[in-house]
Design a protein around this ligand. Structure first.
Ligand SMILES: Cc1cc2nc3c(=O)[nH]c(=O)nc-3n(C[C@H](O)[C@H](O)[C@H](O)COP(=O)(O)OP(=O)(O)OC[C@H]3O[C@@H](n4cnc5c(N)ncnc54)[C@H](O)[C@@H]3O)c2cc1C
Length: 585
């Protein structure tokens, strides 16, 4: 069955919905989501969304841009970063006008709080001298993503968008550099549909589920990235995967950086505030890559706390903040500590460990969200990407907290605008009636297979080994091991079968297809990490501990080569006004 829309957006998180709100009503617009829209991962975002509003203290978009460049360890493209930080102020006020209920300061303005890596010069006349933390992150208690997603969902309904909820996209249709649509199946009955479109946007989120300990929802399997990679297009900078320092111990559920923004302190087994050793000026408010490395170093050097199951953690202490601040500003995350670990955060510190959190890499785009087909910057006509699945690149080698929700609304809108412009002159290209053949074969293959492998076993091994060999610290030896493991797992995947043979809400079928996508994302991640012989941002090679600007101020572009290692090419970083400096906090 062919369904026809001017534009099809895949993903109903913040990026997809912000784009949908921008499409004029005269064009038909469908949003496809594998979960019911408000269950998208954006709804779990806790801490905030940043902009230099200067509501609490003086700030500027230039301060924000410098912090983002420095936080990215100079891998972020500075032209895109300038676009994002400049537009941030307008974007937040726009959200307020759409009805997003922000927390307020004493003057009734949008309240702002501290977040890691957001700073301003201690002396205005010395912009590149000593810097101090600045309150830049706007929030709604610790439910910022939840209220943002609800607001955008309501506004998309108002904009008469058609939703296909619980539809799973399996394929991108593209020919001669022109996008034609996608193929998806309805999870309710496994029926396959072709969506023909003049323009397609991927807003499919991240792939944290490739790691064992992750803050990401179960849906975070990076399907969009894998589909694009599978269609012969590159993935950019996949080796840069952010570990958030404070996941609940053993579970990985996120304790937002807002907890440290409000004054929370990290402590080791001796009760020592260890961040003073690693980032003496901003301490617990250092960027995430640094704090995650610091925590693992403490544990490796024997200053962690050994849990009953033999794994180690450190402590996040909020007890000095008082019950009122905790209940008012951090109600949800402290609730998680009570529910899942049985810890009372008003009187006891919370056991935490780093958790796989955010993909800096993804589908390469330009600042108008047009997808690049190569490292030279040529675009695929009619294909767009925004949000966590995309790589503009504003986050470079390490994202600053609260810059992702900002990325969604700034680039979601820009993508929506670029699509609206494109639609003025675009026409439909022919789609064959049997364009859904491959998806039908995949589904039938899985339902009818007598293979001896189970998806759950392959997934667990993938997640465990990625955590060990491609996590916070990496070495050539570990990455070589990981490459061999991936070869083995891909081979075993060909022999999987599923027990549930039904076509109705077959979640085992969905998970099996998601696993294939996880394996593809892991491949691009691992090879990128293996090739990059330096340490930058979230990518730490113990055998190459220094950043090497001479050779590595460039973005990785990985192209799938079926049956062999991906082909890796590089694209230079865009530098406008900030020359690389040593990154100290
Ligand atoms: C726990 C947590 C807390 C966070 N807190 C913050 C914060 O405070 N501030 C901040 O800036 N950032 C935060 N982040 C990061 C930020 O929330 C995410 O990067 C961002 O929300 C991703 O939004 P998105 O629109 O790109 O995708 P998502 O919100 O992940 O949505 C992806 C969409 O794609 C759909 N989809 C995916 N695959 C398919 C498929 N095959 N077929 C059909 N549909 C598909 C899904 O159904 C979903 O609708 C947090 C992240 C986590 C995990």
């Amino acid at each position: 069955m062919i369904k026809t829309y001017d534009v099809v957006i895949i993903g109903a998180g913040g990026a997809g919905l912000r784009a949908a709100v921008e499409i004029p009503k005269e064009y038909s617009c469908a949003v496809i989501s594998k979960v019911y829209p408000p269950r998208s991962h954006t709804g779990t975002a806790q801490g905030g969304v940043c902009a230099a509003l200067s509501n609490m203290e003086e700030d500027s978009w230039e301060n924000h841009a410098f912090d983002t460049v420095k936080g990215s360890d100079y891998l972020g493209d500075q032209d895109s970063i300038e676009v994002m930080c400049k537009d941030a102020i307008r974007a937040i006020i726009e959200l307020e006008h759409m009805g997003m209920p922000f927390s307020r300061n004493e003057n009734g303005q949008i309240a702002q709080r501290f977040f890691g890596g957001h700073t301003k010069p201690a002396d205005k006349n010395d912009p590149f001298g000593k810097r101090v933390p600045v309150k830049r992150s706007c929030y709604s208690a610790d439910r910022t993503g939840h209220v943002m997603l609800q607001t955008l969902f309501e506004n998309s309904i108002k904009n008469q968008v058609t939703f296909y909820s619980e539809f799973f996209v399996t394929e991108l249709l593209m020919e001669n550099g022109v996008c034609k649509g996608v193929v998806a199946f309805d999870i309710a009955n496994s029926e396959v549909h072709i969506f023909q479109a003049k323009a397609v946007m991927f807003a499919t989120g991240g792939y944290g589920r490739v790691f064992r300990i992750t803050s990401n929802a179960h849906v975070g399997t990076g399907d969009g990235m894998a589909l694009v990679y599978n269609a012969g297009l590159p993935l950019e900078d996949m080796e840069f995967f952010q570990f958030h320092p404070t996941g609940l111990w053993k579970l990985g559920i996120l304790v937002s950086e807002a907890a440290r923004g409000e004054g929370g302190i990290l402590k080791n087994k001796d009760g020592e505030r260890f961040m003073s050793r690693y980032a003496p000026s901003v301490m617990d408010l250092a960027p995430r890559d640094m704090v995650s490395r610091a925590i693992i170093s403490e544990i490796r050097e024997g200053r962690g706390i050994r849990g009953s199951d033999g794994t180690d953690y450190v402590l996040l202490d909020l007890t000095h903040l008082g019950k009122e601040v905790i209940d008012d500003k951090l109600p949800e995350i402290t609730g998680f500590a009570r529910t899942y670990l049985g810890v009372e955060p008003t009187t006891e510190p919370i056991p935490i460990q780093p958790t796989a959190h955010y993909a800096m890499g993804g589908i390469p785009t330009n600042v108008n969200c047009e997808v690049l087909m190569n490292e030279k910057g040529d675009i695929v006509k009619g294909l767009y990407a925004a949000g966590e699945c995309a790589c503009v690149s504003v986050h470079g080698a390490n994202r600053l907290g609260t810059n992702s929700l900002l990325d969604l609304v700034v680039f979601g809108r820009r993508g929506g605008k670029a699509i609206s412009d494109y639609l003025k002159n675009a026409s439909f290209t022919e789609v064959r009636n049997d364009a859904d053949e491959r998806t039908k074969e995949i589904i039938a293959g899985l339902l009818n297979s007598n293979g001896t492998e189970k998806a759950v076993n392959i997934r667990t091994e993938l997640q465990n080994t990625m955590m060990e060999d491609c996590g916070v610290f990496r070495t050539e030896e570990g990455l070589k091991k990981m490459i061999l493991k991936l070869e083995e797992l891909k081979e075993r995947y060909r022999n999987i079968s599923i027990q549930d043979k039904s076509k109705v809400f077959n979640t085992e079928l969905v998970e099996a297809i998601e696993l294939d996508n996880l394996l593809k994302n892991a491949e691009a991640t691992v090879y990128g990490a293996y090739n990059r012989t330096e340490s930058r941002g979230a990518h730490t090679r113990e055998d190459f501990p220094k950043r090497n600007d001479q050779e590595w101020m460039k973005h990785t572009f990985a192209f799938e080569k079926k049956g062999s290692a991906p082909e890796i090419k590089y694209k230079p970083v865009v530098v406008t006004r900030y020359q690389p400096m040593e990154r100290k906090y």
